[in-house]
Write a protein of this length. Structure first.
Ligand code: PLP
Length: 372
């Protein structure tokens, strides 16, 4: 029935294949510990909920571009939280900020919005969030899977970076980002840096935005940073993202998105503004995930898994040296549901991704079960 639609270019939704393991994990007498998806469980910050409520009477159409206050708040948050030292005079203008309906839709549609097609290559990491490939397939481009230290192929028109990484939690330092930007520029490719975990470095870890002047040397042309409030501010349910960077690119995206009705609701714009003005809740979120990482990582290691990277972000990337589905099944038998590494590319065939997005009580339950 769907053969005539774009559905045909897409793979089956990966999580659907976890149904069997999920049923086993759910049958645990003390309930499932679901660590298979990175969906926040902690409360929406009070000030953010209040801003949403205060804007309930919003009968008119919101601006696709976002309110000026939202765009100012986004630039302010980036420079405060990430020491990017950005200001209008240092290359980033609040005009070059655009709210998105969560970041996933932007990721999925960016190649199409950039006008890419069959002659173009979209490059993304060899272990990566599946939506980079989905976006390429929707636009009908070619794809290239590149490890962080491999060169970009000829024909690359868009390269996705993702630091800290989903699924590995690996961080690219400023030097690596600088090299990738230079390489992409030499090919004439746009760099889209998916920075949705940027504000969640582990203890002692430094994360760097592609919009840090140390990376781009004062020239943001061809650069887009893709941000999300889902994880940093527990707002996955609000669908709150941002794209910012090259003013010319952002202006083009704005025009298309205006035509296409890709608009963030006004109450959500107000909630985003409140979230971007406040750093306290971000520090609390970071501390929570650091504590959960500190409980779960040693528990996985004591249970015989090797944890790789995982120094930042929301995931532990672990292997038991066996096919990933075998590990998924063994953990499901203990009532713990995790994602098979193959969801993130063939290079993940013997890894699993364990999300830190569960309550402290459920993380402690997982650690106890791993020790049994
Ligand atoms: C790397 C990466 N990018 C983007 C997203 C999308 O986040 P959202 O659409 O909630 O902003 C996710 C969500 O898990 C992700 O892991």
């Amino acid at each position: 029935m769907s053969s005539g639609t774009r559905r045909r270019v897409l793979p089956d939704f990966p999580w659907d294949s976890l149904a069997g393991a999920a049923a086993v994990a759910r049958s645990h007498h003390d309930g499932v510990v679901d660590l298979s998806v990175g969906t926040p469980v902690d409360p929406v910050p009070d000030a953010v909920g209040e801003a949403l409520r205060a804007a309930w009477d919003s009968p008119g159409y919101p601006q696709t571009w976002g309110t000026p206050a939202l765009r100012e708040a986004a630039v302010g948050a980036l420079s405060r939280r990430h020491a990017a030292g950005l200001s209008a005079t240092e290359g980033l203008d609040p005009d070059a900020v655009l709210p998105t309906i969560g970041s996933k839709e932007l990721v999925a549609w960016l190649p199409t919005l950039l006008g890419l097609g069959p002659d173009d290559v979209v490059a993304f990491p060899h272990l990566a969030y599946p939506t980079y490939e989905v976006g390429a397939r929707l636009a009908g481009t070619r794809t290239a899977v590149v490890a962080d230290d491999e060169p970009l192929p000829e024909g690359t028109r868009l390269v996705w970076l993702n630091s800290p990484s989903n699924p590995t939690g690996r961080v690219l330092d400023a030097g690596r980002l600088t090299d990738r930007v230079a390489e992409a520029r030499a090919l004439g490719a746009v760099v889209a840096s998916d920075e949705c975990y940027l504000a969640l470095p582990g203890p002692g870890v430094v994360t760097t935005s592609v919009l840090d002047p140390a990376v781009h040397g004062g020239d943001v042309s061809g650069l887009l940073a893709v941000h999300s409030l889902s994880k940093t501010s527990n707002l996955a349910g609000y669908r709150a993202g941002l794209v910012l960077g090259d003013p010319a690119l952002v202006a083009d995206l704005l025009q298309i998105r205006k035509h296409a009705g890709m608009i963030v609701p006004r109450p959500v714009q107000e909630a985003m503004t409140a979230a971007l003005r406040d750093d306290e809740h971000v520090a609390a979120t970071r501390a929570r995930y650091d504590a959960r990482r500190a409980v779960l990582r040693p528990a996985l290691e004591a249970a015989g898994l090797r944890v790789e990277h995982s120094e930042a972000g929301l995931y532990l990337w672990a292997t038991a040296g066996e096919p990933c589905r075998a590990t998924v099944d063994r953990l499901a038998a203990r009532g713990i549901l995790v994602a098979p590494g193959e969801f993130y590319g063939p290079a993940g065939a013997s890894h699993v991704r364990v999300a830190l997005t569960a309550s402290d009580e459920r993380i402690a339950a997982a650690a106890a079960r791993l020790g049994e």
